[in-house]
Design a protein around this ligand. Sequence first.
Ligand SMILES: *Cc1c(COP(=O)(O)O)cnc(C)c1O
Length: 391
Amino acid sequence: MNKLDFITEELEKLKDAGLLINIRTIEGPQGAWITVDEKKVFNLCSNNYLGFANDPQLKSAAQRAIEDYGVGPAAVRTIAGTTTLHKELERKLTLFKGAESTVSFQSGFCANLAVIPAIVGEGDVVFSDELNHASIIDGCRLSRAKIVRYEHCNPKDLQTKISDGKKGRRILIITDGVFSMEGDVAPLPEIVEIAEKFGAIAMVDDAHGEGVLGRGGRGIVDHFNLHGKVDVEVGTMSKAFGVVGGYIAGSKRLTDYLAQKGRPFLFSSAVTAADVAACIAAVDGLIASDSLVKQLWQNTGFFQEKMRRIGFNLGNTKTPITPVMIGDARVAKDFSQRLFVEGIFAQAIGYPTVPIGKARIRIMLSAAHGKDDLTWAIERLEKIGKLLGII
Ligand SMILES: *Cc1c(COP(=O)(O)O)cnc(C)c1O
């Protein structure tokens, strides 16, 4: 017996349950067609909603930034890692989101780990949607606040639990804006109303809403016209914006506070100049034109309407996130494998990313997809769906 034998056993368990993740290797840039494990495939599983991940303007902005600023930040933001580029990105995001202020982080995950423990702690209570993203769950755990899960997108349950719950010093309500595995949209107006009624801090993680929902992709707060009513907005630069990074938008006093208290801001190095410059170019691109956002929604309508008509169960999606519900993790993996053989890259998602028994293929639509390619992909999805008895 070796003291690390448990690792082998755990991996075996995952494999037996069909939950071992097959990590594919991408060769070359992101796009509608990519090379994966030496095979050219139609890409239906990246978060590259607007095609920015390989956009010429973003790339040249990154290249210029390397010339001007070098490659490494060599410091955390609070010591010597804040450049004029970081400040410019925060200014632009503030403008784009229509917020009072913004502070940026290394990723959306870091933003959640930064903000939640900074605003609640022991003796406080967090009410969290049961399907919230893992980074929210981890941020809540780090905070040591009491965590109460409410039913997914159910304001009635939230209201009941808040009314029943032992009152904390502070109350925080957190929801994903767009749920990353379902594609449905949080009932934010109702949540904000409950937050106001109970004096709770309202927080939304808009990772999959930015570049997608709202006017020109300004996100869920804009979509519901709730400007100034959501206390904490979390964002990521890693999805529609096509680069990497995260941020918090809110009041100036919140962002000032997070620059003093958000631990990833203080203890992990700043995002590189190349990344920040590319992020600025992405925000500029969205401010200049909404045509990519419109294209994204056109592709989404086209694809989902056809898939539903064929008989696929796409759950409650209201966004370009398209879960093709399957159930058994092994069948989902088989489906994904067969798609890959046919030239389509769409990964199966199982536990722990989604609950046990709710495995699915998650298809992510993009403005970069062409209509003919989507039609071709739907034909293959139909063929394999029938073969496996899913439709
Ligand atoms: C993807 C995602 C994150 C993490 O964002 P990164 O920038 O990739 O770290 C956080 N929250 C939600 C809801 C997400 O979907």
